[in-house]
Design a binder for this molecule. Sequence first.
Ligand code: WT7
Length: 631
Amino acid sequence: MSRINNFNEYEEHCSLAKTDHNAYWSKIAEEFHWYQKWDSVQSGNFNDLNIKWFDGGKTNMSYNCLDRHLESKGDKVALIYEDNDPKIPAKNYTYKELHAEVCRFSNVLKEKGIKKGDRVCFYMSMVPELLVGVLACTRIGAIHSVVFGGFSAKALAGRIQDSDCKILITNDGGYRGDKIIPLKNIADEALETCPSIESMLVMKRTLSETKWNQERDFDLRTLMDAASPICECEQMDSEDPLFILYTSGSTGQPKGLLHTTAGYMVYAKHSFENVFQVEENDIYWCTADIGWITGHTYITYGPLLSGATTVMFEGVPTWPDAGRFWEICDKLKVTHFYTAPTAIRALEACDLSHVTKHSLSTLKVLGSVGEPINEEAWDWYNRNIGKEKCPIVDTWWQTETGGILISPLAGITKLKPAHATLPLPGVLPVLVDPEGKEVEGNPAEGNLCMKTPWPSIARSIWGDHERYKQTYFTTYPGYYFTGDGAKRDEEGFFRITGRVDDVINVSGHRMGTAEVEEAINEHPGVVESAVVGCPHNIKGQGIYAYVICSDKELQKENLHKELNDLIVNMIGPIAKLDDLQITPGLPKTRSGKIMRRILRKIAADDTNNLGDTSTLLNPEIVELLIEGKKK
Ligand code: WT7
């Protein structure tokens, strides 16, 4: 029932999900293991913001990912782990083996006092223990919060404090190409300001020298080896929290999006199976990091809930050379390959021999995620990687949506380069004009909103339900506002054009301009700053800063370096400035608001049509900024 096999069935699914949303999702949910069936399929809406799915039901995520498959496919490979070092053979974990590892990890957590509802923070590189650890949390009902290993000690500390995590799990160092990221040292620094953390479990990976706090730090492997490979699952209510994942918004500190158990679980599997169309003996590889939502839903949960084989890669696409992805595809016989446009553009810029050396003959489906994919990158991917025979699924979604909302279904939906195409069943996207009126008919353009809740929508922001309401549901009351702009063509196919708020998308990573400004303003010589996105060939968007300095002697190069040091310290290397300009002022409205529209255009060298500048308090600044940009 849940598998869509052709376009007719897709339309039938959409129609049923629309007319009888409860009947539709109830059928899909029946394929899972429940300790107790739900009383009501869905309740709550975008006005009351008390959204519930499968309320009254009891289930367990880890049981559904692992135990449910043990009888029918216990010896099937669940996880293939590809080491950073290409000389080390890939390591396979069958469903049985993964189950035993997860049980051991669960028992370690219990032994350290972790109980249902406690928050567990992971700050790791892409080691198997990260995937095992998050599943272990779900087994015992603990709430995981994975922090991407590229964030700084301050950023990590902020996230730990926000959700009062009780334990931190890290590794001594993480391999990324020829670099070692000193995760344990960074974690040590973060923990100086995190009193909620009682213990730190350390997985030894790089055998780097680290300090050791005898009372607080424990060797993860030693504990796991001593732990029992059997652990009962905790029976979880459908709406019990599953995980928190922090993401940036247009204002303030990162928000901890809260996802709950059953709805997320049902949607992760259903969307995975239908978008990717994975078959029994396929090998599916998503190149994301588990520190982002893509790694949660489409490395970990979606594939394992489906009983598929998922690949986890520790390294980077360009080490030892730019053929690493393609070498792995051949070596592991990858059938489904899912990556980000920024990686495609970076590899496109390298010599084509890195691709042509490899056969890529096992590939059947390609995917793209994280940012709009430009036509040129789409064509290159299609021609050189897919050999014009693999459908490309351009999957649009967000941390908040939990799963893919708009995407072709591989081999089923007609493709259009750079178009995310059509919504999945049960998803009702609309375009609204600035007044909040739905734009009818096709073609159309507007701000992308959702009309009704889907099962995996984030239920809240950890500790701040009011902010959840403010951020997503007040701009257009009654709708979920995505923050993206989009177009709909004659056939109703969607094309996402990018963020319409103060969020920039750097290499598929979401960055709030306010956060970067906050870091810049820490510099003693800086009076005020404004950060915008600028076009970037590889990253999609780069980070561009306008800076007003009190110290007139500051040289641009020195300032750039000093600001980047500050940014690396406060956020992490992903937020470094690509370029900056020192300016005597910023364009402001009479109410004192910075006119970012103008700054964005100047950063993009798109100054022919700056729009109305007459409402500016200081219109003369515009010419100065344009002049300054040229320097
Ligand atoms: C933002 C969400 C969930 C995927 C990883 C990023 C942009 C994502 C696409 C796409 C155009 C896309 C949007 C969205 N985005 N996928 N296929 N086409 N734009 O998750 O960090 O929560 O960022 O990424 O702007 O709002 P995220």
